[in-house]
Ligand binder design. Sequence first.
Ligand code: URA
Length: 424
Amino acid sequence: TDAISVITAKRDGRELTDRQIDWVIDAFTRGEVADEQMSALAMAIVFNGLTRAETARWTAAMIATGQRMDLSALRRPTVDKHSTGGVGDKITLPLAPLVAACGAAVPQLSGRGLGHTGGTLDKLESIPGWRAELTGEEILAILVDPEIGAVVCAAGAGLAPADKKLYALRDVTGTVESVPLLASSIMSKKIAEGAGALVLDVKVGAGAFMKTLAGARELATVMVELGADAGMHTVALLTAMDSPLGYTAGNALEVAESVEVLAGGGPADVVALTLTLAEEMLGAAGLYDADPAAALRDGRAMDRWRAMVRAQGGDPVAPLPRARESEVVAATGSGVVTGLDAMAVGIAARLLGAGRLRQGEPVQAGAGVRWHVRPGDTVRAGQPLFTLYTDDPDRFGPARAALAGACALGGTHRAGPLVIERIG
Ligand code: URA
């Protein structure tokens, strides 16, 4: 078989054979299928989809490009969570050490920025010295350590290398928004990493890759099925992503906000979602007596965070990088904030340098957006709505343009629930 016949088969709406899927994933990972060919195939999948059987095979083929971790030597239950991608979604940063502090081991293969959403690895790399690339032995050593027990690192040469390549390509080719591509990306990493249980945070709304409840339900269902087939206890929460989480989107900005949560403060929505997901994870791990709220209050989660950052070469008390330039966007009218457009905020953060526009580009540690109001707040004309941060002032113009109209003002605001539904 060859790349062109696989691309044209999917372009024309045909079902791919197992052989075609196994070959194309393996050949792409080895560099025999070129980036432009894989981009074309990904776009054909965005338009024509994959059946459940094709999606299962695609996921298995991605796992087969690397090794699977064996966590059976760990004495503690293992559990992970993964988000389908949101704006201001820094939850992994406080959550992984919090759940480790409550007695589970948390292995987490994460990603970099994807589309308009920020990447957990890009955020953590703003910490001086912190390293995303770990070997399988390093991951195990951190998980076994009774003082650490949580690791957030990259899919790499060892685990799910196909996802590492395909993810970077999808980021810059407009091919993120596809149930089979999202599901196989996430589940190949999670199955390869070998955790016993998995909690999925499936984002739904204007700032999510799945805009509709029906789409998010389908994505959640496919992932829960893939997890169950692999023998992993998997549940999904559908959570709202109309407005961004917390008050910041950007790399160092979000690390700082996460550290506030670990210090017992931080934005209410970030704290609430962190605790909800921690309870789900601890329940899935069988640790019903754990009290994550107490672990956040009494500093145990912060101790784990520091140990986790140090174990990956980072200095948890070093000052975080700051952008060289900042600019304020002020309100032009008055009223109650009825919506804060997460998509616009995510695009602005990416344009300011928090994410990439081309494959492999460096990101700016200090770049991003801080918003000063949330839905339900009252604003007066002239009041600051956003502060924009970047090292490169040429980026302010495009970011301001992206944010035009992002803060909707009106008479009254009706808040919806943060957690919408649970599947699995
Ligand atoms: N997270 C991932 O790891 N992959 C996706 O495709 C989206 C979110």
